[in-house]
Design a protein around this ligand. Structure first.
Ligand code: AMP
Length: 637
């Protein structure tokens, strides 16, 4: 048996041989002629000359051997609905959706924006796009009109697929009015909007633009739509993620490299076996949803559970902190994937719930998206009695960068560490200012990747190669390396520990948000002169956003009712622009913000004060009274 160290070495030293072997895990219509083309870094191209299709690999290729096996299990504790689609059913539904999109005029390369709750139709739409070579751009259903509008603008979709409503905690969240407003705000207008009607919220259809999925589905009931064979380097999708500017970045992914990366990670990292059931509790609006709710498990021939609802709500809509465990028991889930925040929520539930269900099918729980704290890891590890496997990655990477590959060799995990570099990723730690590689254990540096980047990694930023290069590959002077914008250290055994972001990105309950986006929304309020938003440590959500606002009218300071009113208005504005996920936990009013003499906002100092830490070197600070005032406000809050 190969040791993981050997496996990893081969992936870095002989990438062509290594990835050729991995590529055999997927079906190719035309074999590739070149494995890795890194002639024009950092634009690495994988499996050139090869043709394949993600939908074929996720659905069609399983029809002969496992057509009647469960493929997609759509469960909603919001509506109480639960439905299993076999591979055959899924094949039929995807073809109906593909035929509908084609009838509207969608052709290869067109963008289809998907703004949907966690319902089976969302999976049909993604797979249908993959089938016909359209590029899907899924936007998280929790985002509101402003965020959605900027994504519509950037993606310029021919069609938008949406629904009347999502639902959370038993309350319907109407999507259609948010979508209509987003389309009004965007200068790009889609030709058609295809809507799933769940009868949760009334919809007013725009004549000539809006179409009902039920009508088209009925029309194309028996549709047969062949897979379009795509070049390996053709775009499969874009997914937006936050950065340090207000403008979201469209992370663009290829087809063949992504298929291989997922098939390979399902085998080596997630130990996913055909015929078994996988349960990722994420959302299709995030990269985890793309890779490990939809494509990864299906490519591996597994059934995938798609869950709509809270982790603490039963199928009857009543509080039930055991609902996920009941699904593990019912569907004999073997691998589960969630986020530390969700586990911290479950930790507040009755511990007896973990013993109430038969969880013997479960082999491991994978957690990602934010740092996994030791008490949470220990609690769930003792409760489930299976390995808890932390994995670190980013929207940009598409699959884990640091973890342990137990499918290659059983490797112990260490509390607090996501693990070791995954095969294909040439990970280094660099000194933040000199760019020197840090070779000694336990030195803190920036986690970077040396190219070529592995299959599945982002190709570029949608329509903005220059931004891709300048944002990610030029942050270390004199070196062309990909920056993760995370601090890390590596111990003497080669395990990495992630110490937080180097930029202004925050992580709320595993959701990545740019503080600049929130600041832009808040500064749009007529009563706001200036604003700073920082991420502050939170016991449940990891981090929460905290806003410090300089109001235009200083009279607000001495008027508690006016403060409260303005705080409420600001929160509402963020809800409407970006969605409740981005809403600051508190808005504090101050007369000035801490800045350097050159006018740069000292967010890090504000954050330190909020977290009760030392504010660090303040020699460049313009007016120390600004931080004093923040301390005072926090004390008074
Ligand atoms: P996203 O692109 O939304 O998945 O966010 C990626 C960021 O989340 C990373 O750059 C890290 O800052 C953080 N992150 C993801 N997974 C982990 C993990 N296992 N441990 C610590 N931080 C993580």
């Amino acid at each position: 048996m190969t040791s993981y160290a050997e496996f990893y070495r081969q992936s870095i030293d002989q990438p062509d041989a290594f990835w050729t072997e991995q590529a055999a895990l997927v079906d190719w219509f035309t074999p590739f002629t070149r494995v890795c083309n890194d002639d024009n870094p950092p634009f690495t191209r994988w499996f050139e000359g090869g043709q394949t299709n993600l939908c074929h690999n996720a659905v069609d290729r399983h029809l002969a051997s496992r057509g009647d096996q469960a493929a997609l299990i759509a469960v909603s504790s919001e509506t109480g609905q639960e439905k299993t689609y076999t591979f055959k059913d899924l094949h039929a539904e995807v073809q109906r959706m593909a035929a509908s999109l084609q009838a509207i005029g969608v052709v290869k390369g067109d963008r289809v924006l998907i703004y949907m709750p966690m319902i089976a139709e969302a999976a049909f739409a993604m797979l249908a796009c993959a089938r016909i070579g359209a590029v899907h751009c899924v936007v998280f259903g929790g985002f509101a009109s402003g965020s959605l509008a900027s994504r519509i603008e950037d993606a310029s979709p021919r069609v938008i697929v949406s629904a009347d409503a999502g639902s959370r905690g038993g309350k319907a969240l109407a999507y259609k009015p948010l979508l209509d407003e987003a389309i009004r705000l965007s200068s790009h207008k889609p030709e058609a909007v295809l809507l799933a009607d769940r009868a949760l919220a009334p919809m007013t259809l725009v004549p000539g633009r809006d179409l009902l999925w039920a009508d088209l589905r009925a029309k194309y009931m028996n549709a047969q739509v062949l897979c379009e064979w795509l070049d390996s380097t053709d775009i499969s999708y874009t997914i937006y993620t936050s950065g340090t500017t207000g403008k979201p970045k469209g992370v663009q992914r290829d087809t063949g490299g992504y298929a291989v990366a997922l098939a390979s990670s399902m085998k080596h990292i997630f130990d996913g076996r055909a015929g078994e059931t996988y349960f990722a509790t994420s959302d299709i609006g995030w990269v985890v949803g793309h890779s490990y709710i939809i494509y990864g498990p299906l490519i591996a021939g597994m059934a995938s559970i798609m869950y709509e609802g809270l982790p603490t709500q039963g199928m009857d809509g009543q509080p039930n902190g055991g609902v996920w465990w009941s699904l593990v028991e019912k569907y004999k889930v073997t691998a589960m994937f969630s986020a530390p925040t969700a586990v911290r929520v479950l930790k507040k539930q009755d511990p007896a719930l973990l013993k109430k269900y038969d969880l013997s099918s479960l082999r491991a729980l994978y957690l990602a998206g934010e740092p996994l704290d030791e008490p949470t890891a220990r609690w769930i590890s003792e409760g489930l009695n299976v390995p808890i496997i932390d994995n670190y990655w980013q929207t940009e990477t598409g699959w884990p960068l640091l973890t342990v590959a137990n499918g290659v060799e059983a490797t112990p995990s260490k509390f607090g560490s996501p693990g070791v570099p995954m095969y294909g990723y040439n990970v280094k730690l660099l000194h933040e200012s000199t760019g020197e590689e840090l070779l000694l254990p336990n030195e803190k540096g920036v986690v970077v990747l040396v190219g070529p980047t592995p299959p599945g990694f982002m190709q570029t930023i949608w329509r903005d190669d220059a931004r891709f290069v300048n944002t990610y590959w030029k942050s270390v002077p004199g070196k062309m390396v990909y920056s993760t914008f995370d601090w890390g250290i590596r111990d003497e055994d080669g395990y990495y520990f992630i110490l937080g972001r180097t930029d202004d990105v925050i992580n709320v309950a595993g959701h990545r948000l740019g503080t600049r986006e929130i600041e832009e929304s808040i500064s749009g309020h007529a009563s706001v002169a200036e604003v700073a938003v920082v991420g502050v440590a939170d016991a449940l959500k990891g981090q929460v956003a905290m806003a410090f606002v300089v109001p235009r009218d200083s009279g607000v300071f001495n008027d508690a009712a006016a403060c409260l009113k303005l705080e409420g208005e600001i929160m509402k504005r963020v809800d409407g622009d970006l969605g409740a996920v981005a809403r600051p936990a508190r808005v504090h009013f101050v007369s000035l913000l801490p800045k350097t003499r050159s006018g740069k906002l000292l967010r890090r100092a504000i954050q330190a004060v909020c977290e009760g830490r030392d504010a660090g070197d303040l020699t460049t600070m313009d007016d120390p009274a600004a931080l004093q005032q923040i301390r005072h406000r926090l004390g008074a809050a």
